[in-house]
Design a binder for this molecule. Structure first.
Ligand code: ARG
Length: 457
């Protein structure tokens, strides 16, 4: 760039390395559409209010439209030596339309401009992530339907605990993703306030129409405090926090998929398209995509920490520290989009091994609670039943038996409350089915959950 827009009060050129250090265009260049959109709304308002001649406003809007078109088609390339996208577009405008272009920045500052651009940009990105999360819930519903009736061990402490329906396990993540969508939409409501017209920090002496620009840009209204308007980055923190939670959920899900894909579990097999081999071990099929998603979670947490730390202790109003916000949110948004983009088809194409799940659920003493419940329903106090079943499990482990392989005589030797209906009581499918309490793993609950998730979508 030749002369800097703010060169007036300086006697000396700035240092080349300092210019480079100061420039944010390699990061904020991606907001050119939002910057142009904001400028068009601002110019329209300036013209309508007679702050600049109506003809100049029209000239500006036309010039900006041309710049947008040329950027979209690649006829115009962003100059990476420019200070930022705002300076680049404004100077390109003046280069194209002459002096009228110099009227665009009347009653505005880059401080309110960048805050408008970022909010507009994030509005689009959050909507895209919400759409991806909806598709993830859709993939869960699909897998649940395909695997209706499939039973696997439910775990606590990663120890086999009680048998559950595979669909029940999947639906748990469905609810997490719905809350993720809620969190993003909620953050978007608070973000949807327009800082344009806050100017540098104190507002402006021009008779601007902030209601008009806010409405033009699809905001719910103008920010009512100009200092807050230019220095509020709460929306970045809120969105980063919501995205961190998305990643936390994806990471937990991926961790389970990685575990389930292991030879030891073999509950699922990922499609070849979403796995890789080893350069040395011919037998390997690695869940790299799931591992990468789990790994990238750390990046997004890092972005959140960076934003909170960058903002901590900043005096009002704008400080250049805030330029860092875009690297943080762009990285987080890109990462979450990339992860969901891979996660959804990986989940959709995942094959389950119901036989392996069933075998894992049958091997242990996963129905011990049901055996204790059986005795309790026949009149034994729960604690006494719990103790008796514990002893029976201990004896089975010593003799290499399971509860379902004990003979009726062996049962009766422990308590005369046992009858031949005991086998029904500890049958795995029945154990799942009987947990019909609201939100439990039984089939009635399947329908309730499915209906909720479908309605949510
Ligand atoms: N590139 C800057 C940013 O992203 C734009 C705002 C600059 N404002 C200023 N007073 N230097 O924060």
């Amino acid at each position: 760039m030749a002369d800097k827009m703010w060169a007036g009060r300086f006697e000396k050129q700035s240092d080349k390395a300092a210019d480079d250090f100061n420039s944010s265009i390699r990061v904020d260049g991606r907001m050119y559409r939002e910057d142009i959109k904001g400028s068009i709304a601002h110019a329209g308002m300036l013209g309508a209010r007679g702050i600049i001649p109506a003809a100049a406003a029209e000239h500006i809007i036309e010039g900006l439209g041309g710049i947008l078109e040329d950027l979209e088609t690649g006829r115009l390339v962003i100059d990476e030596t420019a200070e930022d996208i705002h300076m680049f577009i404004e100077s390109e405008l003046t280069r194209r339309i002459g002096d009228d272009g110099k009227m665009l920045h009347t009653g505005r500052s880059r401080n309110d401009q960048v805050a408008v651009d970022t909010r507009l940009y994030l509005r689009g990105e959050c909507a895209a992530i919400v759409a991806l999360l909806r598709r993830a819930v859709g993939a869960i519903l699909g897998q649940a339907e395909e695997n209706k009736g499939v039973i696997l061990p439910g775990y606590t402490h990663l120890q086999r605990a009680q048998p559950i329906a595979f669909s029940h396990h999947l639906f748990a993540y469905g609810f997490m993703f719905c809350r993720d969508i809620d969190r993003l939409m909620d953050a978007m409501v608070r973000m949807n306030v327009c800082p344009l017209g806050s100017a540098a920090l104190a507002g402006t002496t021009y008779p601007i129409d902030r209601e008009r620009t806010a409405a033009d840009l699809g905001f719910d209204g103008p920010a009512l405090n100009s200092l807050d308007g230019v220095s509020d980055r709460d929306y970045c923190v809120e969105i980063l926090s919501a995205l961190s939670t998305v990643m936390m959920h994806l990471s937990r899900f991926c961790e389970e998929i990685i575990l389930w894909s292991s030879w030891e579990f073999s509950f699922v097999e990922l499609d070849d398209a979403y796995t890789t081999g080893s350069s040395i071990m011919p037998q390997k099929k690695n869940s790299d995509m799931a591992e990468l998603i789990r790994g990238k979670t750390g990046r997004v947490y890092g972005d959140l920490m960076a934003a909170l730390t960058m903002l901590k202790g900043l005096p009002l109003a704008y400080n250049k520290d805030m330029q860092e916000d875009k690297e943080q949110i762009f990285d987080a948004v890109d990462t979450v989009k990339a992860c969901l983009g891979i996660f959804i088809p990986m989940l959709q194409t995942m094959k389950t091994r119901p036989d392996k799940m069933k075998a894992a659920a049958s091997g242990g003493f996963i129905n011990a609670t049901d055996l204790a419940d059986y005795l309790t329903k026949k009149g034994m106090p729960f604690r006494a039943a719990y103790k008796l079943v514990g002893e029976m499990v201990g004896a089975c482990i010593k003799s290499g038996k399971t509860l379902e392989t004990l003979s009726l005589d062996e049962f009766k030797a422990k308590s005369d409350l046992f009858d031949d209906d005991v086998y029904d009581a500890i049958d795995l499918a029945n154990c799942v089915e009987r947990r019909s309490s609201l939100g439990g793993t039984g089939a009635a609950s399947y329908d309730v959950q499915r209906e909720y998730l479908e309605k949510y979508l």
